[in-house]
Design a protein around this ligand. Structure first.
Ligand SMILES: [Zn+2]
Ligand SMILES: [Zn+2]
Length: 364
């Protein structure tokens, strides 16, 4: 391994400036390589490094080890932690080097006469004992075959955007094979019908008077949409004034709530249930934000919201709730109902789901 000074000079050139992060990153990389028995990382094909933060020190780790994203030898885990795990793929030794959070606080112990805090930090990180700067722990880490640098795999095509997907990053949704942004949304999710990138789930309100079959309709729509590859969420608006609790008196979570917890989560191996105060205001936006990842959320109630909605009408000739609502996309009713929007009978689920796909989910 070349000298610390030589490596620091090189990494600062690559990084663009000389900073405390370079000092830390160079030392981190030197320690990591040493611990997994790699003396000269550059050009050696057996080192893989997992970095947990995209900051200055990450560039130093790359400069010292020669590992890079392009070579698939540098892996980025977006954990926001100043740590890197060094893996010798030949011997399977792996060690995680974590920069200690309190290292900065000890800077004055090592550099007393500096008026420049950044300079003091750079100098202190150079001379601090390894144990003061890092926590170094061996870890057990089996790199999956498809993550190995030389892995060759088939490219598949996303059924939604048509783009090629490598290294088994595809996701199955029902029968469909999708890329991660198409399946899960997020920053690069394909926008549908607008120039804005959509990150919020599509919402469809199922509205109507009491006991007209809203829940039954939702119950039928869920499997139909799930079979078409969508993740479906639901929200039920309960109007009653008396407090409703799903949490039974005497259970542990109920006792937590009684003791004054504002929110309680019950976690089992298959489900997570949360109970929390509504703060008096039931905002649909807030409720939607608290749901897990979904493609569409069917909301029972909230008819006054300005969102796409379907009204369920009973047989009797009632004035619809949404008589003059521009957000209404369909009626569901067993009886003929003259209207400006399409009308479906309650058992005619497939054509209704087609309409939802077209109007809400933006599928042609
Ligand atoms: Zn920097
Ligand atoms: Zn896609």
């Amino acid at each position: 391994m070349r000298s610390f000074d030589e490596l620091l000079k090189e990494s600062s050139t690559i990084h663009g400036h000389h900073c405390a992060g370079q000092v830390l990153g160079v030392r981190m990389a030197m320690v990591g390589c040493r611990e997994v028995g790699i003396d000269e990382p550059k050009g050696c094909k057996k080192l893989v490094v997992y970095v947990e933060m995209d900051r200055c020190a990450t560039d130093a780790v790359q400069a010292v080890t020669g590992c890079s994203l392009g070579k698939r030898t540098l892996k980025f885990l977006d954990y926001g932690k100043m740590a890197a795990t060094f893996v010798n793929t030949e011997t399977e030794q792996a060690v995680r080097v974590l920069a200690k959070d309190d290292a900065r606080a000890f800077v004055p112990l090592y550099v007393q006469d500096s008026t420049n805090p950044k300079e003091a930090q750079r100098h202190a990180y150079r001379i601090m004992p390894e144990a003061a700067l890092f926590s170094i722990k061996p870890v057990t880490l089996q790199i999956p075959a498809q993550e190995m640098p030389g892995y060759r795999g088939n490219r598949v095509q996303c059924a939604e955007c048509g783009e090629g997907i490598n290294f088994h990053r595809e996701v199955k949704r029902g029968e469909r094979t999708l890329c991660i942004p198409c399946a899960q949304g997020g920053l690069l999710a394909k926008s549908k019908g607008s120039s804005n990138i959509e990150t919020t789930p599509k919402v469809l309100l199922i509205v109507g008077y009491k006991k007209v079959g809203k829940t039954t309709l939702i119950e039928k729509l869920i499997p139909e949409l799930v079979n078409r590859g969508y993740r479906v969420g639901t929200v039920k608006h309960h109007h009653s004034d008396f407090p409703v609790t799903l949490d039974t008196a005497g259970t542990d979570t109920w006792r937590h709530r009684q003791a004054g917890a504002a929110s309680v989560a019950l976690a089992t191996p298959t489900d997570i249930a949360t109970f929390r105060d509504s703060d008096g205001s039931i905002s649909l936006d807030r409720i939607l934000a608290s749901l897990g990842a979904t493609d569409i959320v069917l909301v029972e109630g909230f008819h006054e919201e300005a969102r796409a909605k379907i009204e369920v009408l009973a047989e009797r000739k009632e004035e619809p709730l949404c008589k003059i609502d521009g957000n209404l996309i369909a009626f569901v009713t067993p009886s003929a109902h003259p209207s400006a929007v399409p009308t479906f009978t309650p058992n005619n689920i497939k054509p209704l789901a087609d309409l939802i796909e077209r109007e809400i989910l933006g599928r042609a």
